[in-house]
Design a protein around this ligand. Structure first.
Ligand code: PEP
Ligand code: MG
Length: 574
């Protein structure tokens, strides 16, 4: 039995046979084609194009069914490439002119474009290049009659093991009867991890070399909660985890009884328990939770996989639908936090390939460089505010001047809408995310310019501890219980309350039932939780005494390391 520790990306236990997805290597060789067979060779290439179009249609249908229109745009981008002159004209010309096989002509054409892209050194083209090679790989697979590894082909329940998993692969997992997945690469907040949670598939990522250590057919236990992969477990381990699986299902059923009940502690301190939403497809499940609101509506999804920005109308419609569905409960719409690991294909990242994108042009910094994009989003949010209880939140704030600039832009947007006779309420609240230490430390100077505060622990931890949140090599240092992190959060709560304003916490820390007692003890007004963990967190809150947790926090912030804090918590049975 071998136990490998990684990062729990999506909770749940699965036990089953491993299916190891190998990295694909397609080798292309040059062949000289006789003159009289060149037309047939070009026709063979055309047939591969048609087959690739059919692949894309099938992929689109699947994506639409599972994840909706917005995610399906990725397929459109691939279709455009497939119709590009590079594919439809250049490759057949190369076949005819150079007298070579279609595979070779295609790989030569791709390499020529690759070299052009390299010279351009622009984020937009780097992303397009990725798409181009994806399409190229599909075409080559058809030409070589090479069956591309399709997860949809897996016809038996199994645990998927691979080096990496792209979001486009993850989309197929539910249909493929995959019981869970484990990958060498990745972090807890990658798009793939977020999709796994939405699809309720247990997942462990950042395991370094699991894809080399497991063989297809090995029995594997995946513990998405603890972030463990157990290879060739003993009979005792299997029995233990089978028991835990049953207990997990029972516990989930028992949690259903908590729907609609308030998030109140045993000593009657009421918390607002809200949800984080990443895409409108989640709304059905979110509404069923009967949450107190949406504490974080991430809007980046609207900007992904498309060459142009979403229009004001498209955005207003999307935000209004969510606001209406949640009404009268509040929805905190966060302006797009593009940058870092969240790249779009709209060609707006930059200035060039950033060496350290998490420290670069991200969130409000990027949008303050692109005021047209920013204003459009603010106008759309203000329009949606007429349909429900909407608040606006700014990500990645590090300086007071940024908040002031956004205020001015918001006032301008509101005045424009009023002049145009568009229905948009006045006084929509503007909040800031505290996820950069400078904002936490200097919060008293920020507060006169904003109506509320929300702590983004995912980033606050990464920037406080200098630990890249998606880098598996330093994930052991990514520690929500670090006393420096706790002191910062506690300071944010106290300072915000002193200014008579309210504060929420919306990072993944709120979805960790072990960390929740500390947030409760600090007295944050609202916790915004991932939908998957919502009822579990409510159960935790309802089992705590606020006064006791407040005393625990007072001790915790005097500790010098997180182990001491965890020990304190264990002593209290937490
Ligand atoms: C955070 O940083 O905690 C947060 C909620 O924002 P995101 O995860 O989208 O960066
Ligand atoms: Mg963040």
């Amino acid at each position: 039995m071998i136990i490998i520790k990684g990062i729990g990306a999506s909770p749940g236990i699965s036990i089953g046979k491993a299916y190891v997805l190998e990295d694909e290597e397609i080798v292309v060789t040059r062949m000289d084609i006789p003159r009289d067979r060149l037309r047939a060779e070009a026709a063979r290439f055309k047939a591969a194009q048609k087959a690739t179009h059919r692949d894309l249609d099938a992929a689109e249908a699947k994506v639409l069914k599972l994840l909706g229109k917005n995610h399906a745009r990725l397929i459109d981008a691939h279709r455009l490439i497939l119709r590009d002159a590079l594919i439809t004209r250049d490759v057949p010309q190369r076949i005819m002119r150079e007298g070579v096989n279609a595979e070779f002509a295609l790989s030569e054409a791709l390499e020529a474009v690759n070299q052009q892209f390299e010279k351009l050194d622009d984020e937009f083209f780097r992303e397009r290049r990725h798409d181009l090679f994806d399409v190229g790989k599909r075409l080559l697979a058809h030409l070589l009659k090479h069956t591309r590894h399709s997860l949809a082909d897996i016809d038996h329940p199994c645990i998927l093991i691979s080096r990496n998993l792209l979001p486009s692969d993850t989309i197929n997992l539910k249909e493929s009867r995959i019981l869970g997945f484990a990958t060498d690469l990745g972090g807890k907040t990658s798009h793939t991890a977020i999709l796994a949670q939405s699809l309720e598939i247990p997942a462990v990522v950042g395991l370094s070399d699991v894809s080399r250590r497991v063989k297809s057919g090995d029995t594997v236990i995946l513990d998405g909660e603890q972030g463990l992969v157990i290879i060739s477990p003993t009979a005792e381990a299997v029995a233990k985890y089978e028991k835990a699986q049953v207990a997990e299902h029972e516990a989930e059923r028992a949690l259903e009884a908590l729907r609609g009940l308030p998030a109140v502690t045993l000593d009657d301190k009421r918390f607002r328990l809200e949800v984080n939403v990443d895409a409108p497809e989640e709304m059905k499940a979110v509404l069923a939770l009967q949450a107190d609101g949406i504490g974080l509506f991430r809007t980046e999804y609207l900007y992904f996989n498309r060459p142009t920005a979403p229009s004001e109308d498209e955005q207003a419609k999307a935000y209004a639908a969510v606001a209406k569905a949640m009404s009268p409960h509040p929805v905190v719409i966060r302006t797009a936090d593009i940058g870092g690991d969240r790249l779009t294909q709209m060609g707006i990242e930059g200035p060039k390939n950033e060496t350290n994108p998490f420290m670069g042009l991200r969130g409000v910094r990027l949008f303050l460089r692109h005021l047209d994009l920013f204003k459009t989003q603010l106008r759309a949010i203000l329009r949606a505010a007429a349909k429900g209880n909407v608040r606006i939140m700014i990500p990645m704030v590090s300086a007071v001047a940024e908040v002031q600039a956004v205020r001015r832009l918001l006032t301008q947007a509101a005045a424009e809408l009023q002049a145009e006779g568009v229905d948009a309420p006045k006084g929509v609240e503007l909040g800031i995310m505290v996820e950069i230490p400078s904002a936490a430390v200097l919060l008293d100077a920020f507060l006169p310019h904003c109506d509320f505060v929300s702590v983004g622990t995912n980033d606050l931890i990464q920037y406080t501890l200098a630990v890249d949140r998606i880098n598996e090599h330093v994930s052991h240092l990514y520690d929500p219980f670090h006393p420096a992190v706790l002191r910062l959060i506690q300071g944010v709560v106290t300072t915000t309350h002193r200014a008579g304003k309210w504060v929420s916490v919306c990072g993944e820390m709120t979805s960790d039932p072990h960390a929740v007692p500390l947030l409760v003890g600090m007295g944050c007004d609202s916790l915004s939780v991932s939908p998957r963990m919502f009822l579990r967190v409510k159960e935790t809150v309802r089992g705590l005494r606020h006064a006791v947790m407040a005393r625990l926090v007072a001790k915790a912030v005097t500790c010098s390391d997180s182990e001491e804090i965890r020990r304190l918590m264990r002593e209290q049975g937490l």
